[in-house]
Design a protein around this ligand. Structure first.
Ligand code: THU
Length: 161
């Protein structure tokens, strides 16, 4: 028997001003997208923004539905649109933020498990690491690739243990 450990490496910033200009632009697009959430049931708005390999920024916001499972998270709204509209581009980075009644939280908003799985799929499709930027007013976390937020990811083609 062996005790194993998984370490996750990420960068913490304390303001948008510390980000590289391209990340800052992406973060601002996610914050702007918060306003376009349709969240009458939870009143928790989420905004997402994706930078594609062609430099374009795609945004998404959560869309809720009276029949709850019919709604969709901000991240998946953005990723599905990006892949449907620009199937040849890879997704370089996705930024996420959120807050009650549209007011951004102090802490970084972290994507749900289903959205992480979808990120993993599009990272694989794109063939390059997809960075993940989680934004709060007081802290911002940057992960360099999806594996860092979804360790032991399902991979039907994996050959090694
Ligand atoms: N939500 C997202 O948009 N992204 C996530 O990663 C988790 C949750 C949305 C779904 C729902 O509209 C609201 O946040 C409250 O759960």
């Amino acid at each position: 028997m062996t005790d194993k450990e998984i370490k996750i490496n990420f960068i913490e910033y304390t303001s948008l001003g510390e980000l590289k200009p391209e990340d800052r632009r992406l973060a601002e697009a996610a914050i702007e997208a918060l306003k376009r959430a349709y969240a009458p049931f939870s009143n928790f708005n989420v905004g997402a923004a994706i930078r594609l390999s062609n430099g374009k920024i795609i945004t998404g916001a959560n869309q809720e539905n009276e029949a709850f499972p019919s709604g969709l998270c901000a991240e998946r709204t953005a990723m599905f649109y990006a892949s449907a509209e620009y199937p040849e581009e890879s997704m370089e980075e996705i930024a996420i933020t959120g807050g009650k009644n549209g007011v951004m939280e102090d802490y970084p908003v972290t994507p749900c498990g289903a959205c992480r799985q979808v990120m993993a799929e599009y990272q694989k499709k794109g063939g390059k690491p997809m960075g993940v930027l989680m934004i709060g007013k007081k802290k911002i976390w940057k992960f360099r690739k999806v594996e860092d937020i979804l360790p032991l990811i399902f991979d039907s083609l994996r050959k090694e243990a």
